[in-house]
Design a protein around this ligand. Structure first.
Ligand SMILES: C[S@@+](CC[C@H](N)C(=O)[O-])C[C@H]1O[C@@H](n2cnc3c(N)ncnc32)[C@H](O)[C@@H]1O
Length: 185
């Protein structure tokens, strides 16, 4: 990951390129992002989506979302292409429509990541893609001596994805590890 103006740890360039690629590969028209930050990953998603596609992005922090809006507008993204929703991820995404989305990207609270997976699987259409940043979690996930709650939660996510027969997963070694999985059609 790279530090972004000292507020949040935005996804790195490799992860951002992979998000653009995934959004383009699924012809994404509707994308949900959990963890807007200052808009680095959101801009990558918007650039890969169809030109009429809409990003719905959720963050607890209103100042981060103000900066993300500026990131999108400065890049020439029209305001009708993004919906910034301020709030707690699980309060907001549980209100979004089942089966309506092509891609869900999760990058907020690691300790909630398995709950994000559950919501993403509900939100995605068949053939849609879920992606998680921080799947390597600063190399802690592979180190058995690391037993802190965040690392344990990321390990639980990896197991949940691996054990779900409805998912076709891969762990991409970009940025801090991008876990991606296709929901079987
Ligand atoms: C790592 S940053 C996201 C970076 C962004 N995805 C990017 O790469 O440009 C994590 C963001 O998640 C937000 N966040 C943390 N916990 C959250 C929660 N429970 N609900 C919603 N947002 C949350 C933080 O405010 C922060 O902006």
């Amino acid at each position: 990951m790279s530090a972004d103006d000292n507020r949040v740890a935005s996804i790195g360039p490799g992860g951002a390129a992979a998000l653009s690629l995934l959004a383009a590969a699924v012809g994404a028209k509707a994308v949900v992002e959990i963890g807007t930050g200052t808009g680095v990953s959101g801009l990558a998603l918007l650039r890969g989506m169809r030109p009429d596609g809409t990003l719905t992005t959720v963050d607890l922090d209103a100042e981060n979302q103000r900066l993300a809006r500026k990131t999108f507008l400065d890049a020439g993204i029209p305001p009708q292409r993004f919906r910034l929703i301020a709030g707690s991820a699980l309060d907001v995404v549980t209100r979004l429509t089942d089966g309506h989305y092509d891609l869900v990207f999760c990058d907020a609270d690691n300790q909630e990541c398995t709950a994000y997976l559950r919501e993403a699987l509900r939100l995605l259409r068949p053939g849609g893609v879920v992606a998680f940043d921080n799947a390597l979690w600063r190399n802690r996930v592979a180190d058995p001596s690391q037993r802190d709650p965040e690392t344990m939660a990321v390990r639980e996510l990896l197991r949940a994805v691996r054990d779900d027969d409805d998912l076709i997963p891969a762990l991409l070694p970009v940025s801090d590890g991008l876990l991606v999985a296709v929901k079987r059609a």
